[in-house]
Design a protein around this ligand. Structure first.
Ligand code: SD4
Length: 325
């Protein structure tokens, strides 16, 4: 005969099992996107010009995938954006190493990490997605793949970034900086006029990081995740916190279970608050969009903003934060 304790344990497990199965199998709520109404959402001030470039594609009826790539290529090429692509802060040994990933409306994904000497990692990531049987290439392999496909080898370390690195070396303190100059990783999500969703994420990563360090931005599910049935989400901030909680995937799964993009971003930040003891030392921001064209954003510390292009208007918005300091 089953003793009472075992029975209760078994019953509890069974209930948990049912709840889990229910969650895992949760069907995406059938949200209808208003066809013909593209939307772009992206991180930080540099999201504004990136959104403009994405909008150029979308307003002509272009595909979300082309829009997200065109959008993030703008800060990648801008030497004044010191956290993405050309002009990005180097690692602690003076190397600019780039991470990027992209997802399309069919769930295809491409990614590059620890890539050097190539100005547009997002376009290399797209090529990995479209021309190889793989999802991710890193380091020298990624660079060789890029060169073999016509990308130019370029020195990405600008004088300004070198100077910042030399100043940093005087103390060599590795301390994550919250809201670096209000410019950080660019993550960009778009819905096109057919209602299809794609996303892109590209960065030079944490300034003066250890040589070889890779953050969340090229990791599918961490820095970016899109599911065309549900929506898309993307991250910025201290990548380690996002990786430990697989943040963007979490946001999309929460939306799948019925949460709004705003609530889902808040929950993903709360997951970090609950699980990571020293969370206050870092900044994290999430953006999200669902199939119905609703958007959301949330961060740990005040200071994270995002650019939203909707109804023919591009607007910079301060995200709400968990901490109020
Ligand atoms: C990283 N998430 O490498 C990136 C950096 C970033 O805001 O987004 N900073 O951890």
């Amino acid at each position: 005969m089953l003793d009472r304790r075992k029975f209760i344990q078994g019953a509890a497990l069974a209930t948990a099992g049912i709840a889990l199965t229910k969650h895992v199998d949760a069907e995406a709520p059938k949200l209808k996107h208003l066809q013909g109404k593209p939307i772009v959402i992206s991180t930080w001030n540099h999201g504004m010009p990136a959104n403009e470039a994405a909008w150029e594609v979308l307003k002509k009826g272009g595909r979300a995938l082309d829009a997200v790539e065109a959008g993030v290529r703008v800060p990648e090429a801008d030497p004044n954006v010191m956290t993405v692509g050309y002009g990005g802060f180097p690692d602690r040994d003076g190397f600019v190493t780039l991470d990027a990933c992209i997802m399309d409306e069919k769930g295809n994904a491409g990614s590059v990490a620890f890539l050097q000497d190539i100005m547009h990692p997002i376009s290399v990531a797209r090529l990995v997605m479209e021309k190889t049987p793989h999802v991710m290439l890193v380091g020298d392999g990624a660079r060789q793949f890029a060169l073999a496909n016509g990308f130019k080898k370029e020195n990405l370390l600008t004088d300004k970034a070198r100077k910042a690195w030399e100043d940093w070396k005087k103390e060599s303190k590795y301390k994550p900086v919250i809201n670096i100059e209000n410019h950080d990783t660019i993550s960009l999500l778009a819905i096109d006029s057919k209602g299809d969703i794609s996303g892109a994420c590209t960065t030079s990563g944490a300034a003066f990081k250890m040589h070889g360090r890779v953050g969340d931005s090229p990791i599918i599910g961490a820095g970016l995740f899109c599911d065309n049935e549900v929506g898309g989400a993307a991250a910025t901030g201290q990548g380690e916190l996002v990786m430990k909680t697989l943040g963007s995937f979490l946001v999309v799964e929460l939306m799948r279970s019925g949460m709004s993009p705003q609530k889902a971003c808040e929950e993903a930040v709360m997951r970090i608050v609950k699980k990571i003891p020293n969370y206050k030392e870092s900044q994290i921001g999430y953006i999200a969009i669902n199939k119905a064209g609703e958007t959301g954003a949330y961060c740990l510390h005040p200071g994270f903003n995002y650019a939203l292009y909707k109804d023919d208007k591009n607007t910079l918005i301060d995200a709400k934060s968990f901490l109020k300091d």
